[in-house]
Write a protein that binds this ligand. Structure first.
Ligand code: HEM
Ligand code: HEM
Length: 274
C-alpha cells in the first residue's frame, strides 16, 4: 500500500479474479482533514502507550499478588490464583481487546471495509475468549472457597455486561458479518450498534474498576504469597494499574466519540454499494 503524491489518500492493491491486480485510491481526503488525522495519529499512539502500560502493570500486579498466576485448588482462601486469572483476563479482554476492536475502524481507515470488519470481529472474539476463562476462574474460586455466588454489585453488573456483549455480538454477526437482513434493517440497526457498543465498553470499564476495589478490600498484607518475597510499594503499583485502566478507557471513548475522527466511506465500499 502506497501513500499518493497529491493528497492523503492511499492506493490499496488487491487481487481481482478476472483482471489480475488492480491499483486504486481507496479514500479521498482534503488537506484540512489530513491535519485532523495527524492529531488523531498522535492521540492513537498515546492511547496505545497507555494500553501497553496498563497490560504490563496489571500483569505484574496480578502475577505477584496472592499466589500469582496459578491454577491450584489446594492453597488457602484467595491464594489459588484463580482470582488473578479473573482480574487480569477481564482487564486484557474486556478493556484492551474490546477497546482495540472499537477503535480499529478509525485506525485502519484506509483499508477495505472487509479487512477492518474482520479485525473488529477477531478482536471481539479474543475478548469473549478471555472473558470465558476469567469467568470460569472466578466461579471455580467461589466453589472451592465460600460457595456463595453472585452476592456483590460487581458480580451483577458483570453478568449484565457479559449478556449485553453476547447479544451485541450475535446481532452484529448476523447483520454485518454474514448479513441475514436487508439493507434498510442494517442501516436502522447500525446507529444502535454503535451506541450500545460504546455503552457496553463504558460499563465494562466501570465494572473492572469495581472489581479492583473488591480485590483490594481484602487488605494489602494478605496479597503476597508467604512463600514469595512480597515486592514493596504494591499499593503504588495498584494505583497506577487502576489509573492506566481509567485513562485507556477515556482515550478509547474520546476516539470513538469525536465526529471528525470517524471513518469515511472507502472507494471499495462505494463500488460494493452501487
Ligand atoms: C460479529 C460481530 C460484529 C460485527 C460484524 C460488527 C460490525 C460493525 C460494523 C460494520 C461497524 C461500522 C463501522 C463503520 O462503518 O464505521 C461497527 C462499529 C462498531 N461496533 Fe461492531 N460489530 C460486531 C460486534 C460488536 C460488539 C460485540 C461490540 C460491543 C462492544 C461492537 C461495538 C461497535 C462500536 C462501538 C462501533 C462504532 C465504532 C466507530 O464509531 O468507529 N461491535 N461494528
Ligand atoms: C468487565 C469485567 C469483569 C466482569 C464481567 C466480572 C464479572 C464477575 C462476576 C460475574 C463475578 C461473580 C462470580 C460468582 O459470584 O460466581 C465476579 C466476582 C469477582 N470479581 Fe469480577 N469481573 C470483571 C472484572 C474484574 C476485575 C478486573 C477484578 C479485579 C481483581 C475482579 C474481581 C472480582 C472479585 C474479587 C470477585 C469476587 C467477589 C465478588 O463477587 O465481588 N473482577 N466478577
Amino acid at each position: 500500500m502506497d501513500q499518493n503524491d497529491y493528497g492523503y489518500g492511499y492506493f490499496v492493491t488487491y487481487p481481482d479474479s478476472k483482471e489480475g491486480l488492480v491499483e486504486r485510491e481507496n479514500v479521498e481526503v482534503s488537506e484540512d482533514t489530513k491535519k485532523v488525522y495527524k492529531r488523531f495519529d498522535y492521540f492513537v499512539t498515546l492511547t496505545h502507550g497507555i494500553g501497553i502500560t496498563m497490560l504490563v502493570l496489571n500483569a505484574f500486579y496480578f502475577g505477584t499478588s496472592r499466589g500469582g498466576f496459578t491454577w491450584n485448588g489446594h492453597l488457602r482462601i484467595y491464594q489459588q490464583g484463580f482470582i488473578n486469572f479473573h482480574g487480569f483476563l477481564m482487564t486484557a479482554g474486556f478493556i484492551f481487546c474490546q477497546g482495540e476492536a472499537l477503535i480499529i475502524y478509525r485506525v485502519y481507515r484506509y483499508e477495505p471495509k472487509n479487512v477492518t470488519k474482520f479485525l473488529h470481529v477477531a478482536l471481539h472474539l479474543c475478548s469473549l475468549a478471555c472473558a470465558a476463562v476469567a469467568l470460569t476462574a472466578i466461579v471455580k474460586e467461589k466453589v472451592m472457597t465460600t460457595n456463595i455466588q453472585m452476592y456483590s454489585f460487581h458480580s451483577w453488573v458483570g453478568v449484565i455486561v457479559i449478556s449485553m456483549y453476547c447479544i451485541q455480538f450475535i446481532v452484529g454477526f448476523f447483520n454485518f458479518a454474514f448479513p441475514r437482513t436487508g439493507y434498510k434493517v442494517r442501516s436502522w440497526i447500525m446507529p444502535g450498534h454503535k451506541w450500545v457498543g460504546s455503552l457496553i465498553f463504558k460499563l465494562s470499564a466501570a465494572n473492572v474498576l469495581m472489581g479492583h476495589q473488591g480485590y483490594a478490600c481484602f487488605g494489602i498484607d494478605q496479597w503476597c504469597n508467604p512463600l514469595h518475597n512480597c515486592p514493596k510499594n504494591m499499593g503504588i503499583v495498584l494505583n497506577f494499574s487502576v489509573i492506566s485502566i481509567l485513562f485507556y478507557a477515556i482515550c478509547v471513548i474520546i476516539i470513538i466519540t469525536k465526529k471528525n475522527w470517524s471513518r469515511r466511506i472507502t472507494n471499495d465500499e462505494k463500488e460494493h454499494d452501487e
